[in-house]
Design a protein around this ligand. Structure first.
Ligand SMILES: Nc1ncnc2c1ncn2[C@@H]1O[C@H](COP(=O)(O)OP(=O)(O)OP(=O)(O)O)[C@@H](O)[C@H]1O
Ligand SMILES: [Mg+2]
Length: 365
C-alpha cells in the first residue's frame, strides 16, 4: 500500500511551471488524502491559469497512478475564479435592484407552457453552478418530469459543452425549437452564436438574447407543458439577473456554494438580492465539500465542511445537500455526458436525486 511519503515524493517529481519547484514543495497540493489504495487532492489556481495547469494535473495523476499498489487517483483542478470577466460579475446593490425594479417591475408570468421556473445561482464564480444545474436537471428528469435547461450565462455559456449539444436551433412558426439532450430541452446563447462572440456583447444585447431564449423558445406545448425550467445563472448579481426577474416569474432559487467563507458571503448576497425581487430561496447546496472516504463514504473535508449547512440555518432556508469533489463529475461535464445521467445508480445520482425529491416537494407541480 503506498504511504504518504511516497505520494509526496511522487508529487514533487512533477514540476510547477510557475515556480520550477515540485508540486508539493510549491504548496499547490491542497487537502491530500491517502487512504488504502487511493489518493486525492485539489490544485486550486487563479482562473486565468487553469489551462496552464491542466497538463500539470494530468502529470500528477499519472505520477501517483504509477506508484505500486495505487488503484485510484483523483486530482481536482479548481479555479479560484475571482477573476471572472468584470461584466459577468458586476454587482448591482440591493438598492439598485430596488430602483431598477421600480422602472421595470418583476414579471408575474412564466414563459408559455412552463409550469415552474427555478434558478441556480451563487455569488462567487466557479463554484459549480452549471455543473449542479445540469446534473440536478438530470435528477429531476429521472423522476419522469419534463425538464428544460436555459443557459442564462449569456457572457460565458457552458451548457452546450456540458451537454454535448451544438448547432443553431430550428425555427418553427417564429419560435426556436430547443435542442434535446438526455431527454431535456436545452437552450443557450452558445447555440445561437459563437461562444467567443458572447464575451464582447454589451448589456442590452445580452438582455435581448436572454429575453428571446426565454420567451421565443418552444419550451412546451399546451398538451405537453414543461414541468420545470431550470435556469443556470452567471455569477454575481448583474444585468442578466435583473433581466431574468423582469421577464419571468421565478418560483425559487437554488443557491450553490463551496464551504469557504468567501463563497458563503457571496451566496448570502445572492440570497438577499433574489428575495428582494420576490424569488424565494428553495435551499442551499454545498459543492466541492471534500473527498469521499474510500471506506466509509463520508466526506473528508478539504476546504472546511458544513459551512453551507450552518449558513442555511442562519438564513432560515433549507439545506439541500452536499456534493463531494468528484473527478467523474468534472470529466462528465467536459465530455458532454452529465454523470447523473450516465451513472444513474452512482453516489452523485443518489445525492442529487435526494435534492430533486426535496425540491419537488417545495414546488407547485
Ligand atoms: N463537485 C465537483 N468536483 C470536481 N469538480 C467540480 C465539481 N463541481 C464543479 N467542478 C468543476 O469546477 C469547474 C467549475 O464548475 P462550473 O463551470 O460548474 O462552475 P460555475 O459556478 O458554473 O462557474 P461560472 O461562475 O464560471 O459560471 C468545472 O471544471 C467543473 O467541472
Ligand atoms: Mg456556470
Amino acid at each position: 500500500m503506498p504511504d504518504r511519503a511516497a505520494v509526496i515524493a511522487a508529487l514533487d517529481s512533477v514540476i510547477d511551471p510557475k515556480t520550477g519547484q515540485g508540486l508539493f514543495e510549491a504548496g499547490l497540493v491542497q487537502g491530500l488524502v491517502v487512504a488504502e489504495d487511493r489518493a486525492g487532492f485539489v490544485i486550486e489556481v487563479p482562473s486565468a491559469e487553469t489551462r496552464l495547469y491542466a497538463p500539470v494535473r494530468d502529470a500528477a495523476e499519472a505520477a501517483l497512478a504509477a506508484l505500486p499498489g495505487m488503484a485510484r487517483v483523483s486530482v481536482v483542478l479548481t479555479a479560484e475564479a475571482v477573476a471572472a470577466p468584470a461584466r459577468r460579475t458586476a454587482g448591482l446593490s440591493p438598492q439598485a435592484m430596488d430602483q431598477s425594479r421600480a422602472r421595470a417591475p418583476v414579471a408575474t408570468e412564466r414563459p408559455a407552457h412552463v409550469r415552474q421556473v427555478i434558478g441556480v445561482a451563487s455569488g462567487k464564480g466557479g463554484v459549480g453552478k452549471s455543473t449542479v444545474a445540469v446534473n440536478l436537471a438530470c435528477a429531476l428528469a429521472a423522476r419522469g418530469l419534463r425538464i428544460g435547461l436555459l443557459d442564462a450565462d449569456v457572457y460565458g455559456p457552458s451548457l452546450p459543452t456540458m451537454l454535448g449539444v451544438s448547432g443553431k436551433p430550428d425555427y418553427e412558426d417564429g419560435a426556436m425549437v430547443p435542442h434535446e439532450a438526455f431527454g431535456m430541452k436545452v437552450m443557450s446563447v452558445g447555440l445561437l452564436t459563437k461562444a467567443e462572440d458572447a464575451m464582447i456583447w454589451r448589456g442590452p444585447m445580452a438582455s435581448q438574447a436572454l429575453t428571446q431564449m426565454l420567451t421565443q423558445t418552444r419550451w412546451g406545448t399546451e398538451a405537453e407543458p414543461l414541468d420545470i425550467l431550470v435556469v443556470d445563472l452567471p455569477p454575481g448579481t448583474g444585468d442578466v439577473h435583473l433581466t431574468l426577474v423582469q421577464k419571468t416569474l421565478l418560483d425559487g432559487m437554488v443557491i450553490v456554494s463551496t464551504p469557504q467563507e468567501v463563497a458563503l458571503a457571496d451566496a448570502r448576497r445572492a440570497h438577499t438580492m433574489f428575495e428582494k425581487v420576490g424569488a424565494k430561496t428553495l435551499g442551499l447546496i454545498e459543492n466541492m465539500s471534500g473527498f469521499p472516504d474510500p471506506v466509509s463514504g463520508d466526506l473528508i473535508p478539504i476546504f472546511g465542511h458544513g459551512g453551507a449547512r450552518d449558513e442555511a440555518e442562519r438564513l432560515g432556508v433549507s439545506f439541500l445537500g452536499d456534493l463531494p469533489l468528484s473527478q467523474a463529475l468534472r470529466e462528465g461535464g467536459d465530455a458532454g455526458r452529465p454523470l447523473v445521467a450516465t451513472e444513474r445508480d452512482g453516489d452523485m445520482a443518489r445525492r442529487l436525486g435526494a435534492v430533486a425529491a426535496a425540491l419537488v416537494e417545495k414546488l407547485d407541480l
